[in-house]
Design a protein around this ligand. Structure first.
Ligand code: AMP
Length: 118
């Protein structure tokens, strides 16, 4: 069973902010911003590549509720999902990073030439 499935099953503790029938949201253990929350489906989905339109629709509403719950909906925030090796996905259970609480910088994404792919 993957780490986030264990969090869903409460075999590993987490600091849960919001939960419904389909999703949970909890604080990232290694925050990259004053607010850094992870939103995950309770069912195991490897990554965004396997996420259905139905799941993503519900996930959008859930993320909007998180932003309201922690009061960053007006000040602004960023939603990120990392996919696969090049995307930097460490945990192979679909999750969305919800980052906010301060003005976020636009990151440095790659050492490769940004104009090099197409
Ligand atoms: P990613 O690199 O997109 O797969 O992100 C995985 C995230 O999970 C990282 O930001 C980690 O800090 C976070 N993380 C790993 N283990 C835990 C845990 N037990 N509780 C909360 N967050 C975790």
């Amino acid at each position: 069973m993957c780490l986030f499935c264990k969090i869903v099953n409460q075999e590993i503790p987490s600091n849960i902010i919001l939960e419904d029938d389909d999703f949970i949201a909890f604080h990232d253990i290694n925050p990259k911003a004053p607010v850094h929350i992870l939103a995950i489906p309770k069912i195991h989905v490897d990554s965004f590549n396997e996420a259905s339109a139905d799941l993503m629709g519900k996930m959008s509403s859930f993320i909007q509720k998180i932003a309201q719950e922690v009061n960053i909906n007006e000040s602004g925030y960023r939603v990120i999902t990392n996919i696969g090796d090049n995307g930097g996905q460490e945990i192979k259970h679909l999750h969305f990073h919800v980052l906010g609480g301060a003005k976020l910088k636009w990151g440095h994404f790659s050492d490769a030439d940004p104009k090099g792919h197409f």
